[in-house]
Ligand binder design. Structure first.
Ligand code: NAD
Length: 281
């Protein structure tokens, strides 16, 4: 069994981004800029935004965070996004999810200029991804593909079971795998017999939010298991969606939580923002 070390790979990606940022500044006097919109006081969202701002600082980006109370109106959020769409210093706009219940998330995401949609959630970019065209791709699944590349795991022709079908994780993950010519099965909460699908797969990618959902008898010997889940236990520690202790001995490769997919998400956000800045004319 080999651990896929997302922490080291994320550092490597960040170091490449730093070098390219310095080059962009020197050659074109461009400093990539990221605007983050943070609504409400959910501690997890605050923690993620803080990590993202720190990562931006580390690679030499300009970044601003617009913090708003959860009583803010949808129109005020839209006005802020439109302001960022028109701000020439801003290359990427990120709206930290989840949004308060009175706000229509789909509507908000549609307001972001697709050229600044570094989270890859805008329907324009999702459509391009599914069509196999160049696009901004959601950072978490993009990070998983980067892991496959780094560890020379060729997904072409492999049977891959994606567990979880959200717009930000499972669906773009499945689209990327399909574009890379894997045979993809997408499963979700209403899947009748999850084990029947996972136990046949060469690769299981799980992003659900249920600690220990994937058990040892649900994966085949030698499988590759990618755990996207991040769950906080009662004692405050982080665990994934995979029963790591019992599943890992069966795997050829597995990602740990923490230190697996999590750090890759931020690294790919930086990479997407750099790409947006490189596209500035
Ligand atoms: P979500 O709630 O939007 O979607 C969950 C998906 O899992 C749904 O498609 C649902 O049908 C499916 N599901 C739920 N219970 C299931 C079950 N028992 N069996 C099979 N499928 C089931 O969640 P999300 O935003 O996609 O996040 C999923 C997990 O990934 C969470 O733990 C989240 O914290 C984590 N996450 C991690 C990163 C990262 O950077 N590593 C990024 C985003 C999300």
């Amino acid at each position: 069994m080999q651990l896929i070390d997302g922490k080291s790979l994320a550092k490597k990606v960040q170091s490449t981004v730093s070098t390219e940022v310095a080059q962009l500044k020197q050659e074109k006097n461009i400093v990539p800029g990221l605007a983050v919109i943070l609504i409400g006081d959910d501690p997890a969202s605050h923690a993620y935004v803080k990590m993202k701002a720190k990562a931006c600082e580390n690679v030499g980006f300009y970044s601003i965070t617009h913090s708003m109370p959860d009583t803010i109106s949808q129109d005020e959020i839209i006005a802020t996004i439109e302001m960022m769409n028109g701000n020439p210093r801003i290359d990427g706009i990120l709206v930290q999810l989840p949004l308060p219940k009175h706000v229509d998330t789909d509507k908000i995401l549609e307001v972001i200029d697709p050229k600044k949609d570094v989270d890859g959630f805008h329907a324009y970019n999702v459509g391009r991804l599914v069509t196999g065209l160049e696009s901004f791709v959601a950072c978490t699944p993009l990070g998983v593909m980067k892991m496959f590349e780094e560890y020379h795991i060729d997904v072409k022709g492999k049977d891959v079971c994606v567990v979880g079908a959200s717009n930000i994780v499972g669906k773009p993950m499945a689209a990327l795998l399909l574009n890379a010519e894997a045979t993809v099965t997408i499963t979700h909460i209403f899947t009748k017999d999850l084990k029947a699908h996972t136990s046949k797969a060469d690769i299981v990618v799980v992003g659900v939010g249920v600690p220990g959902l994937i058990k040892a008898d649900m994966v085949k010997e030698g499988a590759i298991v990618i755990d996207i889940g991040i769950n906080r236990t009662e004692n405050g520690s982080l665990v994934g969606d995979v029963d790591f202790e019992n599943v890992s001995p069966k795997c050829s490769y597995i990602t740990p939580v923490p230190g697996g997919v999590g750090p890759m998400t931020i690294a790919m956000l930086l990479s997407n923002t750099l790409k947006a800045a490189q596209g500035r004319i």
